[in-house]
Ligand binder design. Sequence first.
Ligand code: FES
Length: 101
Amino acid sequence: MPRIEFVGGAKARDKAVDVPEGGSLVDLCDQVLAPVPFSCRSASCGTCQVQVLEGAELLEPASEEEQDLLDLLDDGEGSRLACQARVKPGPGLVRLRPIGT
Ligand code: FES
């Protein structure tokens, strides 16, 4: 079952959650009160940008809308938008570090 770990946010509230079915990352963040800030929730502002430290292959590929904003943000570090990313079902570990905190 995928485990999602949120690490290194400025608020120092590391958190982990098991997500056997995968699903929408924004819903998972809401469920566990993950230390990821959100604003627009529609791939417009970049507030929810997270660096993927591990397990990028366990996330569905970015949509065109998400990729367009990531290209504008241009951090060069393999980041995703937590309001858009979806977690695949299956085993593994995804480690995310909020960038916007
Ligand atoms: S909350 Fe604005 S891009 Fe995700």
